[in-house]
Write a protein that binds this ligand. Structure first.
Ligand code: HEC
Ligand code: HEC
Length: 219
């Protein structure tokens, strides 16, 4: 009984925290529009794609995955943003390093890749500029930014935050297999929860936060 009441109170607290966090983030992180205007010294993903990447990726020249080709991109996207960005920086087969334009920064590559993935059936969140936000995001931050959308309510069968009964059977082989499963995604659970730029450590932190939520820390 008390648990039910606690739960609804907790959820509305989460909502508030989410709003507060979003407010704080808006102050710290430049918005897409500011970024597009060059406020942070980098071009938007759209601009980079149109001026640099489209030359090959608009037409599929030399086997480049074509923008809008969902099958081609979903396969590549499964590697995650970090791996794709590394390939775009170093070049891979007929893909030249930095798309052949050394002036494109690593972060601009991330924005451009996210733009192409999202115009090819993907739903990636905008990556954070690690140079301007160098800190690793906490499990709590990540959960409130993203995972709560499904894990807050149990949407589509997602194990709910703090619902030990739902989490314990999933953890029967330990934390690592569950971390790997969240990285890969399965069924309605998108790879990396849809935040392609999450590091493995950040995902681990988010999972621990969801499993342990509301339980007193072990002494
Ligand atoms: C000169 C042509 C060309 C340009 C310009 C170009 N690409 Fe590519 N790109 C390719 C080709 C060809 C491939 C396929 C390589 C392969 O897997 O064989 C590719 C593949 C990729 C992949 C998938 C890599 C993987 O691991 O599967 C990414 C990501 C990518 N390009 C990003 C970009 C971005 C971002 C830009 C613009 C900044 C860009 N490309 C510009 C030709 C190009
Ligand atoms: C779009 C909805 C959605 C979002 C967003 C989402 N999840 Fe999930 N998640 C699910 C669903 C649904 C399941 C249950 C899938 C199943 O069991 O087949 C699940 C399962 C999981 C599991 C259990 C995996 C297993 O092998 O038992 C973990 C861990 C997990 N999610 C972590 C996360 C993390 C971390 C985030 C945020 C970065 C996140 N999820 C965001 C829907 C989502």
């Amino acid at each position: 009984m008390a648990e039910v009441i606690d739960m609804s109170r907790t959820i509305s607290t989460w909502r508030w925290k989410k709003i507060l966090l979003a407010g704080a983030a808006a102050l710290l992180i430049p918005t897409t529009t500011q970024a597009a205007n060059g406020a942070n010294g980098h071009r938007s993903g759209k601009e980079v794609v149109e001026t640099v990447c489209a030359r090959c990726h608009a037409t599929g020249l030399n086997g480049a995955p074509e923008i809008g080709d969902e099958a081609a991109w979903s396969q590549r996207a499964a590697q995650g943003l970090t791996a794709l960005t590394k390939h775009a920086i170093d070049g891979i087969r007929n893909m030249p390093p930095h798309g052949g334009s050394p002036g494109v920064s690593d972060f601009e590559l991330e924005l451009a890749i996210t733009y192409m993935v999202n115009h090819s059936g993907g739903h990636w969140a905008r990556p954070l500029d690690k140079a301007s936000v160098p800190v690793e995001r906490s499990g709590e931050q990540i959960v409130h930014e993203r995972c709560i959308q499904c894990h807050g309510t149990g949407f589509d069968g997602a194990p709910k935050i703090g619902d030990r009964a739902a989490w314990i059977p999933r953890l029967r082989y330990g934390l690592e297999p569950v971390v790997r499963s969240a990285i890969r995604g399965h069924g309605p659970m998108p790879p990396r929860g849809g935040m392609a730029d999450l590091t493995d450590a950040e995902i681990r932190g988010a999972i621990i936060y969801m499993v342990d939520y509301g339980t007193p820390a072990a002494k």
